[in-house]
Design a binder for this molecule. Structure first.
Ligand code: IMP
Length: 186
């Protein structure tokens, strides 16, 4: 479940090689205010399962910038819509460190399965300029460790090789496809 079509598109492309198919549940994700994506995802999943009584995935993600004590973190979506990419670059102008990471937490559950959380992170840094038109959100200002290009300058398949979302959804898929760990009425 996500209101963000870009996140859904990425999740679907990450899960496709595992043979796991997902459908988008187009309804508002109930978001509690909490600094940790894990708590936001778990709460949103439990709320969704009250009315959607089927196996459900909820993802919560954000960009955490070290010099800004983790801001925008849980406010990533709001910050993107308000001060935007240039606002973040302006805030960082006087800082020496530009270290940051993306985190994605996937919560999975059903009426009979207690919620399970799967988290992925990708560490990197904030670029000095907005670069590239691929991806969405903060992709044009995020350079993953070991790369010289922003996610906005890389293809979807390259981003999927190392992104926070790929790591979280791959962890979920490996667990989901190991039947001895659980039983799900698919
Ligand atoms: P939420 O998980 O719906 O609260 O949204 C998190 C926000 O973080 C998104 O709206 C984006 O602005 C940002 N974000 C999360 N993942 C990514 C990513 O892979 N690339 C760029 N921005 C992201």
């Amino acid at each position: 479940m996500t209101e963000n079509p870009d996140k859904f598109r990425e999740a679907r492309s990450i899960l496709a090689p595992f043979g796991v198919r997902i459908q988008r549940l187009n309804r508002a994700k109930i978001e509690v205010q909490d600094p940790r994506p894990e708590n936001i995802a778990r709460f949103a999943l439990v709320s969704a399962l009250e009315s959607h009584r089927r196996p459900t995935l909820v993802e919560d993600s954000g960009l955490f910038i070290e010099a800004l004590d983790g801001f925008p973190g849980p406010y990533s979506s709001f910050t993107y819509d308000t001060i935007g990419l240039q606002g973040i670059l302006d805030l960082l102008r006087h800082y020496r460190t530009r270290r940051a990471y993306f985190q994605s937490t996937v919560a999975f559950g059903s009426p009979t399965i207690t919620p399970r959380l799967f988290t992925g992170k990708v560490r990197g840094r904030i670029s000095k300029r907005i670069l590239g038109k691929n991806g969405f959100g903060y992709d044009p200002i995020f350079i993953a460790e070991g790369s010289t290009k922003t996610f906005g300058q890389t293809s979807q398949s390259s981003k999927n090789m190392k992104s926070h979302r790929a790591r979280a959804f791959q962890r979920f898929a490996r667990w989901f496809l190991t039947p001895s760990t659980h039983t799900v009425a698919k």
